[in-house]
Design a protein around this ligand. Sequence first.
Ligand code: PFF
Length: 445
Amino acid sequence: MAQRETWTSRIGFIFAAVGSAVGLGNIWSFPFQTASNGGAAFLVVYLAAVFLIGFPTMMIEFVIGRRGERNPVEAFKQIGHGQWSFTGGFGLFCSLVTLAFYSVVGGWVLSYILGSATGAYFGDPTTFFGSVAEGPTAIGTHAVFMALTIGIVALGVTDGIERATKFMIPAIIALLVGLGVWAATLDGASAGYSYYLSPDFGVIVENFWSIVPPAMGQAFFTLSLGFSVMIAYASYLGRDDSLPADGGAIVVVNTLIALLAGFVVFPLLSSTIGLAEAGSGGAGTAFIAIASGFGSLPAGEILGISFFVVLLFAALSSSISLLEVPVSYVSENYGYGRSTTAVVLGLGIFLVGVPATFGTTWLDFYNDLVFELLLPVAVLMLAIFAGWIADTDLVDELGRGSSLGSSFATGWLWWVRVVIPIVLLMTLYLGIQSLSEGLSSGAYF
Ligand code: PFF
């Protein structure tokens, strides 16, 4: 059998994974979730979710992928547990549902590139958001974003985008740092920082049960976990790379970019529309805040264009991973051509996403469905599989190439066996409760 390709370098793998992880989740979703769920209280629970649950979950996907050396469905067969391949399949399904609304938000970014060039949002960022986030404009930009994603995947030029990540990540960091420094000079910035950074432990305790599901969902979403994407990427990893070291680098860079976005958004919010508004600003929070910043800067057009173009690249390097992995699976397994598969699946997903342009509460529904139901289910299945079904092969796989020693791998195994399932069962219970409350109270539609 032909030798399977591997990443040409360890850095290549890290960049592709970072390209998938860093996206709208960091710059749109993170500030928006933080603002709507109590600010710093959310931040604390979110950071705990990223490091205590997200990182070990990333190791689950990495060991399955590297040991399986196949696509996310076949990988389970390869490691001797074909009955569990539905777990990989479920991740692919989550990718497709997520892409449906991700592309709608990607469309907003396109409108903001144009709006920066013409200065359309400079006067009234809130009204501008309303005019591009729903209705015909939103359907049009959703179509364009989806067409770009399909085009890149169909032509098989995803490498190009992933290579672009090498430039994009530093560019995003530089732009966010620049904006953050400027935002610090605004009147009222300090109220923004304290909302973002000083947790009131009373608030955490009081709202703990309502913070956990969105914080956990945000952690999985931002790290691209539960979507089988990391299983697919890790299947190309060399035998001797250290999984905890690579995963650690990905988690740290990804978290840093989200935190930086908060340093821009919160001072801006407190000095412009006000923090009270921020919480209820919903999905528009980050867009409105950032846009109002550019509106009041001297070279606002240029800065706006650069920022939203970089954000577009970040969004595309994530959206292509959402489409690429299901497309490769379907075309490899059922023998359809790659481009045909990309077009057919992409068109279907476009249609599924259309209702998310009816209004931001519809988009909230897709978001909550993925965050509060699909992702916890996907990760719960992965944890049960890795902890209780797969044999110790997976534990050995975690130790391979790593200098952390076998006690790290054993500690991980017990964490995956006991802690992650308990936390996820609880999250799932709360998530289902909040989803059904939303549905019965008419909060979505
Ligand atoms: N992690 C991406 C973000 O934060 O924007 C979203 C995402 C991309 C999730 C790819 C899952 C995935 F497979």
